[in-house]
Design a protein around this ligand. Structure first.
Ligand SMILES: NC(=O)c1ccc[n+]([C@@H]2O[C@H](COP(=O)([O-])OP(=O)(O)OC[C@H]3O[C@@H](n4cnc5c(N)ncnc54)[C@H](OP(=O)(O)O)[C@@H]3O)[C@@H](O)[C@H]2O)c1
Length: 255
């Protein structure tokens, strides 16, 4: 098994595929997502958290859904990929900071041959983004924005590249660009629900990491996927971890 990045890690019970006591660090370190890259596009995994009643936001944001262990899953998944992708709605709601905030995690990435931060990738037709958020103002890492807009970005401390698609962003073309122009082998898509729907509509999603928090929230919040799909996808549960009633699942397409 690969050595995990440093730092304390939450203990979890692995329920599937075999029962064992483990940690989030060891589970995530066992992933080798870059090796799974497709020739024409990166391997793409999604990560979401939901309440038991299927809500993907509480008071408009995702932070109150999961526990500290859920945050650790997200942070450690970011240590394993070449790029992190989000939709503009998620960027507007969550106002992302630097992708890998912990300097020890960044140093670990460099030790294993990765860039210190994964490339930030934002999809936005309208180009309506919070330019004062940390992701743009921190100056660490770099960002690619796929857009249908012809607007120019403001000056930002973080390097920003804009890739324009006439008439609307085509996600398959965007992922092919990342693979061939930036040599991106794996992408972690952190949402949101609209982007998730578009990716599945175009058959571009390989795996789903889903945290189910032991909470019921109600309200008008979105689910983890919004929009209609051409059909029902059968999934296989590749792993299931538990800590204090919170479930951490990993789903792949059923083969
Ligand atoms: N629980 C979780 O794990 C989780 C994860 C992420 C987000 N969320 C929550 O989800 C909510 C946001 O939902 P959302 O559906 O608006 O988020 P989203 O999918 O991140 O953003 C939707 C926006 O992304 C852009 N976009 C998506 N697909 C596109 C495509 N194919 N081509 C071009 N642009 C595309 C569009 O931006 P423009 O409008 O700029 O054109 C669209 O309005 C927030 O409350 C957030 O907290 C929860």
């Amino acid at each position: 098994m690969a050595v995990p990045p440093p730092g304390d890690s939450h203990a979890v019970r692995r329920l599937l595929p075999d029962a064992a006591e483990t940690t989030i660090a060891d589970q995530i370190a066992s992933l080798d997502l870059n090796r799974l890259a497709h020739d024409e596009r990166p391997y793409l995994v999604l990560n979401f958290a939901a309440t038991v009643d299927g809500r993907a936001a509480i008071e408009g944001r995702s932070g109150k859904i999961g526990s500290g262990a859920d945050t650790e899953v997200l942070q450690r998944l970011r240590t394993r990929v070449d790029a992190v992708m989000i939709g503009a709605g998620t960027m507007r709601a969550e106002r992302y900071g630097r992708m890998v905030g912990d300097p020890e995690f960044r140093a670990w990435r460099e030790q294993v041959g990765l860039a210190h931060d994964p490339l930030g990738v934002i999809v936005s037709n309208r180009f309506d983004l919070p330019w004062d958020a940390g992701l743009f103002s921190d100056g660490g890492g770099s960002v690619v924005i796929f857009t249908a807009s012809d607007q120019q970005p403001p000056e930002t401390a973080t390097q920003v590249t804009v890739v324009r698609h006439e008439g609307g962003v085509e996600l398959g073309r965007a992922l092919a660009w990342l693979r061939h122009e930036r040599e991106i082998r794996s992408v972690l898509c952190e949402g949101g629900p609209t982007l998730h729907g578009r990716l599945r509509e175009d058959a571009l999603a390989d795996e789903l990491f889903l945290t189910i928090a032991p909470k019921i929230a109600g309200g008008e919040a979105p689910r983890i996927l919004e929009g209609s799909l051409p059909g029902v996808s059968e999934l296989e549960l590749a792993w299931l971890l538990e800590r204090e009633g919170e479930l951490f699942s990993r789903y792949r397409p059923r083969s």
